[in-house]
Ligand binder design. Structure first.
Ligand code: ATP
Length: 237
């Protein structure tokens, strides 16, 4: 008998994370950034994470990306490779843009030969053909951001984690980055998208999870949750 392929990509149950902060040589304190967070992401869905400053959005994405381990709760993931679209993380300043693109692609789970074939595409998307052999330390922050975005976008992943990256680079690059992301999101891609742009969230997401002080305040269809969030914002002012 054939068993059905799982349709769930991610399952979070009661996920809690505390940052440990050093107060003095002997003393530490803890800040709870996620507090009992539970939700599911189905395959092919784009789930938006919204909430005010400090509500835990980036922390949640880092937990999903395996950068932080939760203190309690569990995360089940049925995706083989997960990619975090973030900006210029971990570039080696002494190496060229081309070498960093190659290393970045491999770090994102690509096979070396496969990544090598795609490096030209990454450099071209980032519009860095002329500077591709220069060390990254000579790049402006916008150039580094463009390279980081291009590397992540060119690679393939079952689950894409996106943390507010659309403010990258100049206006023309932002348009291009947005179009590239949209085409990716409209396909079968599973995405978790953190953003302060409610318009983008409504445009891109099927479902939304609203975080407040590390807890899920509400979750449901993108239109309903964004509406409820906007009403609350208006009532606050
Ligand atoms: N490295 C850290 N050490 C200690 N506390 C942290 C750290 N990173 C974040 N925090 C705290 O954890 C909480 C959640 O932060 P997080 O960055 O996840 O929020 P966010 O919703 O992404 O915020 P923003 O919208 O401002 O980017 C905040 O109270 C923040 O001050």
């Amino acid at each position: 008998m054939m068993t059905d392929m799982p349709t769930t990509a991610l399952e979070l149950r009661d996920v809690t994370l505390e940052y440990r902060m050093r107060r003095s040589f002997f003393r530490h304190s803890f800040r709870r950034a996620l507090d009992g967070v539970s939700f599911d992401v189905e395959k092919g869905e784009t789930v938006g994470i919204i909430g005010g400053n400090g509500s835990g959005k980036s922390t949640l994405l880092r937990v999903l990306g395996g950068i932080y381990r939760p203190n309690s709760g569990h995360i089940a993931c049925w995706c083989e490779n997960i990619m975090m679209l973030s900006l210029g993380l971990g570039f080696d300043p002494e190496l060229s843009g081309r070498d960093n693109a190659l290393i970045g692609g491999v770090l994102l789970g690509g096979r070396r030969r496969e990544v090598k074939q795609r490096v030209d595409q990454m450099i071209a998307f980032a519009e860095l053909e002329e500077q591709s052999k220069d060390p990254v330390k000579t790049y402006s922050s916008g150039m580094k951001a463009r390279l980081g975005f291009s590397v992540a976008l060119t690679m393939e992943a079952d689950l894409l984690l996106i943390d507010e990256v659309l403010g990258v680079g100049d206006q023309a690059f932002q348009q291009k980055a947005k179009a590239a992301m949209l085409s990716r999101i409209n396909s079968e891609q599973t995405v978790v998208f953190v953003s302060h742009s409610l318009a983008m969230v409504t445009q891109l997401c099927n479902r939304v999870v609203w975080l407040e002080r590390g807890r899920v305040r509400q979750q449901g269809s993108a239109v309903d949750i964004v509406e409820a969030y906007k009403i609350e914002q208006q009532n606050k002012t």
